[in-house]
Ligand binder design. Structure first.
Ligand code: ADP
Length: 162
């Protein structure tokens, strides 16, 4: 069975993340979308809220082989704990490549049983990031089309209050 873990901050989950997830879900038997609960970053949404938003997307998109998760240690340890041999990441630009290249080297050092696969962002999402969404929402701009519709109101209301 091919099991993959798609790790990230997902603060919040965007349609760019969804694009990567759909591709991964069509290739793997099971995909865990793993929210990083990193206390050193100051997220706009609590880790449980980010996981719950991903759960709503999974239901709305009827992705039966995708499960949401939370982790706060090394991603390779999380992957092993769910029986995954693959990590999934998305690439938008050359800057993502450099960052991912380093992370991949570290993860290989930590575990030679786990490999990372990458999906290129679709051209229409290549400039979309969670940070953009937060910036737009904070200043009251429209986030329609940037985040999955099932989470749009929740995200808009939360960002407007910050
Ligand atoms: P992290 O803090 O781990 O980078 P993110 O939530 O920002 O977490 O991103 C998780 C993964 O999704 C990363 O591999 C990132 O490159 C990818 N990603 C983010 N936005 C997009 C997008 N618009 N299109 C494709 N991949 C994306």
């Amino acid at each position: 069975m091919k099991i993959g873990v798609y790790p990230g901050s997902f603060d919040p989950f965007t349609v760019g993340h969804l694009d990567v997830l759909k591709s991964a879900a069509s290739l793997f038997d099971i995909v865990y979308v793993a929210v990083l609960n990193n206390s050193s970053k100051k997220p706009a949404f609590r880790a449980e809220e980010r996981r719950d938003m991903i759960q709503r997307v999974i239901e709305a998109e009827q992705m039966n082989n995708v499960k949401p998760g939370l982790f706060d240690g090394l991603v390779v340890d999380y992957a092993k704990s769910v029986g995954a041999s693959y990590l999934i990441r998305g690439l938008r630009a050359i800057t993502d490549f450099e960052y991912e290249f380093q992370i991949d080297a570290v993860n290989r050092q930590l575990s030679d049983e786990i490999r990372t696969v990458y999906f290129m962002a679709s051209p229409s999402h290549s400039f979309l990031s969670s940070s953009n969404v937060k910036e737009i929402g904070f200043y009251g701009g429209s986030i329609t089309g940037l985040v999955p519709p099932c989470n749009e109101n929740f995200i808009r209301e939360r960002l407007a209050k910050q």
